[in-house]
Design a protein around this ligand. Sequence first.
Ligand code: ADP
Length: 891
Amino acid sequence: MRKRWKEGFYRLYGPEVELNNRLFNIIMSGCLLAAMLSNIATALSNGSIWNFVFVVIIGGVIAVLIWIANRYGKTQLCALLAGIVIELFMLPMLYFTGGGIRSGMSSWFLLGLVYCFLLYSGRRFVAMLVLSMVSFSLCHTVAYYHPEYIIPLQTESKIMMDMHLSMLVSAICIGTIIKFQRAIFEEEKRKSDERQVMLEEANKTKDRFLANMSHEIRTPINTIIGLNEMNLREQISQEVEENSVNIQRASGMLLSTINDILDMSKIGAGKMDIISRKYDFGSMLSDLINISWLRAHEKKLEFNLDISPEIPAMLYGDDIRIRQIITNILTNAIKYTQKGSVTLTADCEPLDNNKIRLKISVKDTGIGIRAEDIPHLFDSFQRLDERKNSGIEGTGLGLAISHQLVEMMGGEILVDSSYQRGSVFTVVIEQGIEDKTPIGAVGNVLKANAGNHRKYHQTFEAPEARVLVVDDNEMNRIVAVKLLRGTKVQVETAVSGEECLEKTRNYYYHAIFMDHLMPQMDGLETLSRIRKQENGMCRETPVIALTANVISGADKYYRQKGFDGYLMKPINGALFEDMLLNCLPEELVVERAMDTAGEDAEVHLVNRKAKRQFCLTTESVADLPEKMLEHLDIKCISYYILTKEGRFRDKREISTENLNEYLEKYGKGVTSEPPSVEEYEQFFADALENAEKVIHISLSSNDGRGYERSSKAAKGFSNVYVVDASHVSSGMGALVLTAAEMINREMTIEEILAAIEEAKTKISFHFVIGTTEIMYYRGFLEKYQKVIFDIFGLNPVLSMKEGKLRCTGLFQGSMLHVYKRFVRKCLKGKRNVDKRVLFISYAGCSSKTLEMIKGEVRKYQDFDVIIEEPTSATITSNCGLGTIGIAFLRL
Ligand code: ADP
């Protein structure tokens, strides 16, 4: 029995119960208790029986609400209902039946208000608070003006007793709630503190894990890369060389992925620091170019340089991070460009005497980025346009890291990309000036130097020099020894700090390369002992830290610890030799010239081309003469014609005459289709080559998927505008010519687009068809229409109205007669006709018929020019032979 009570208690008030539910249960239980006590008080003071019954009912309601809230999880709703019952019914009722102001009711109203504060939030809270206060004030007001409505407590002692008990009970309730809330608060705080400690612990474990993992993974990669590099230096067969190059590439990828993940986790943990120092801008640039030039060269890309000679030679900033950012952007530019060029530009703008705004940008002619993808460019693990990039390796971390780093430096990365044409990434950061001397014509110097690092070149020999490599890992020692083999220096190794000290006591070394993390005695301790070693031979020898640990600011860190330099594992052969060379006395070094013969540095200085503002494009279905398109520089993309004999590009691979022959032979079985989204993309990209913006006029959206596809393709660009022509054939042609006219008027893009929309409504386009067969076959006519037209020998006239084809007339008789009546219907007595030009498009008419039609036209209207053009194969395949279309503009 006791156990069940205990269980019940925990189910209502235990720590497992959600905080709000627990509060509700406690308050409601308090109310229940208060109701019971109030009834005891009523009984003791011989109060009203109604009062007694009423409180019992309310107590019942509260008990039911507690049950519903806990059984069905509807705490919010029950709290609201309880509030309404208590505040609006129970308390006013008790007030009038239990003595009004001359009783303990004020204390209960106070309890009601506290209830509102505790259980509601937001608008509910405001509403219930206002209602409770209004209810309380109304009760007092009514009691004041109509004391007769109040059933009074009969004696002074009952009044005293009621007031007294009500006060005590309310105070206990409020006090209990406050105490409870405090207990809950303390409990939650304790839990949150515990969670915080656990979180910090987990974070530390994660960091430790990442640091260890980095060390553990980088050490074997070091071995792979180092040994592989040795293989590459040997005389090896082509096949082995290819394998080795692949190993080199794959290990490099793995290493950069590990570095990226590590950087990302450091940034996430707020442990990435920007460490500024003085650096040589020219040499940073030189390193960046040398690495990238090689990659670009391998992909047969041009590598262009545009370096402002005004940039100060020595700057102050975090060059390591800047290198990382620019390397990443350059790597991407090369990775995502298949042909063309990559251009590195550096420029600066003076801010004050000691500062410049440095702008480094990388421009490529690669695949570009879809305009809709640009907002996601800097998201972690976000690789864009996976369809196109599927063959390109990457993690989607590089730009996220670069973006964060640039932000940490207080700068920004700007992106300007044109889908299919290429991108420009610009990094803008403030840098301090250490030496104002301008770098001068560094571009030319770098251009001349680029290419020197294409392959490993041994830089010196020093057979007299003695070097000690200290590392607990055997493979690392082997790699280090092999990497230095070409220099002929005498390399010795030690497996531990202790062995190192033994050697340094007895022998002199010109340089020591020391691993950091070693069991028992680590590199730091070994170094400090070497420096203090009694009778030690190497107290002055330069010691270089050799470590797989990547710590931000490593260089500074190791120098502070007394090292003379720092080399990161996997060891880069060239850097290793450079570092050694710096440590050796000049007289021991026999320097070798670098062999650059045969290396044609494909680095160019840039030359810019101006673009025109707009390029107008359309589709082969616009039925405009080729010469006119050429003359007006309007680019045109072809639809496709699908026949039993294959798929042909309209106006390029199939002419209207070819199609006519085919149709005469087979009658039907020809369909057309618009270019694919990818083809539209390429088409727009080509058009953007010489123009800032493209305006594309596409076939009416009601007639095929050209508009849908071209619009989808345009989404990839921020500067391609697709207009639904709402017309076909020469109607569309008329719109294209009108648009061409507007483009030359130096209007803004918005004005041009608005004017094109207006022009659409002014184009009058009608056509009469020669045969119902194809129109029916292509779904433009219903079967019943075809049957009726055929029985009565009717030729329908179709007109374009608001982008839709409507049948606006029927003619009977011979085709010549039909054409005459059609021309008359279109032109006779028409006012507001723009007389400058009339378009006639025709599918398979003889020149004689055409002359006759033109003669008819002249009877009714006097046009300056009549443009006659056979319909494209696409239009012919959709409306059949014998079709004549007439289009003109209304004023
Ligand atoms: P990844 O390792 O995938 O290259 P990044 O963070 O460096 O990761 O780049 C994110 C995505 O941005 C890439 O997957 C690619 O889709 C796009 N991107 C970056 N640079 C270029 C560029 N120069 N040209 C085209 N797309 C690019």
